[in-house]
Design a protein around this ligand. Sequence first.
Ligand SMILES: NC(=O)c1ccc[n+]([C@@H]2O[C@H](COP(=O)([O-])OP(=O)(O)OC[C@H]3O[C@@H](n4cnc5c(N)ncnc54)[C@H](OP(=O)(O)O)[C@@H]3O)[C@@H](O)[C@H]2O)c1
Length: 491
Amino acid sequence: MRHPSGSFSFDLVIFGATGDLSLRKLIPALYQRDAAGQLESDARIFAVARASHSDDEFRAIARGALQEHVPAAELNAEQVERFAARIHYLSLDASHAGDYQRLAAALDGGPERIVVFYLAMAPRFFGAVCQNLAAAGLNRPEARVVLEKPIGQDLASAQAINRAVGHAFPEERIFRIDHYLGKETVQNLMALRFANALFEPIWHRGVVDHVQVTVAEKIGVEGRAGYYDQAGALRDMIQNHLLQLLCLVAMEPPNAFSADAVRDEKLKVLQALRPLTERSVATHTVRGQYRAGAVDGVAVPGYAEEVEDHATTTETFVVVKADVETWRWAGVPFYLRTGKRLPQRRSEIVVQFRPVPHLIFPGVASEMVPNRLVIRLQPDEGISLHMMTKVPGPGGMRLRQAPLNLSFADTFRGRQADAYERLLMDVVRGNPMLFMRNDEVESAWRWVEPILAGWQAQGDAPKPYTAGSWGPSAAIGLIERDGRTWHEDMR
Ligand SMILES: NC(=O)c1ccc[n+]([C@@H]2O[C@H](COP(=O)([O-])OP(=O)(O)OC[C@H]3O[C@@H](n4cnc5c(N)ncnc54)[C@H](OP(=O)(O)O)[C@@H]3O)[C@@H](O)[C@H]2O)c1
């Protein structure tokens, strides 16, 4: 329930509360929302895992997580204590139906109270946990469930999860999280496109040459080898984050800023993606795996050594050239690129416009660079428009490309909320707009599966690249064959 002051009464249950995601992201995000005054005095957090802890022991773990993951300037001893007092720990095995009676007894707030079940655990548990919640009578009208990615590892397993979860909760109360959609810049992309008259008239094949979506990480598998080696970059990043970003760039204007209107338009984009065939997988994709190298001058081992399997063929780098078969985008490729152990941590969308049709300035042809709009998600969220400008001073008409910057940090002073803060409060509010609907997830898998099948049919190992480089040379070859280049960071 929302109070007139703007704060909320609710119970939030974190399944997997002692795990990495909970301690690194969820607990800090909830602390920040509490510090911002959005948690009513009776809001409670129930931390659930199998390990045995008292309330006090888990509160100490939570305090440690805050110290590690919240900047010291944003930690206030009084607020930390008020937040810690909201937390209760319950040791239970999520796959044992009998254990849920204790959870039901703890959630004593009555049918009108908002209850959020956050499943920060492996997807193989999702169906069983939701069925156990329903059997214990916990799928009440104000209960919502949050599912972390990945939703399955292929279409069939995603459908099985959606079916099982759907038996316990109606679709409007299932929140499939993709934290990229909670990032300020990603929401700003919608503002840019639909709150300004400027861009929409040029947002099509007549003016846009191509689009690049890059999510580059410096890190390796970081203790998640077991999960990652089963998944790989295509399942871990392209199927969800990069395709969601592509949808926001490519979608038609929704008729209203409502959850289903926005998600209907994203779904149409996913359905319009040209399916890859065994043959086009060879020409439209590159997959790579890092070998030992150095990132930021620090030597790092290769992927196979990190996961301790020298025969592993899991990809840690992918490029896919995607085509959206619509009137607006026919002939405009969307290049999706993601990888681990790359030289920079950088996530961005680049909309590359066409060159000017006729050049009137003499002697500047080699300096001419077509306009590009760069939407930076991390680090330093912001948007920049790269334009040709005159170099100041005498000496004739010399031209150079220069960025017009809109840095959110400069324009909107104050701290930037983490995506999880926004998304958690959207769940409490019951607003699923920034969450993936079941049909979106399944459509994304439908497009990704032939790529997996194509790779398997080819039987080639991923192409090696040195840690600290921008992936295998074939990734550069793929875009250069089309007469284009990857955007370089110009900040
Ligand atoms: N970590 C990330 O950055 C990240 C990012 C995006 C998505 N995800 C997804 O989020 C989920 C959680 O990831 P994670 O990295 O936090 O995993 P993790 O560190 O391995 O934590 C798993 C948690 O689940 C608990 N758990 C395991 N089996 C249980 C059971 N039968 N009953 C109750 N609790 C159980 C564990 O505690 P006990 O062993 O004590 O039970 C632990 O708290 C995964 O699906 C992952 O793919 C993670």
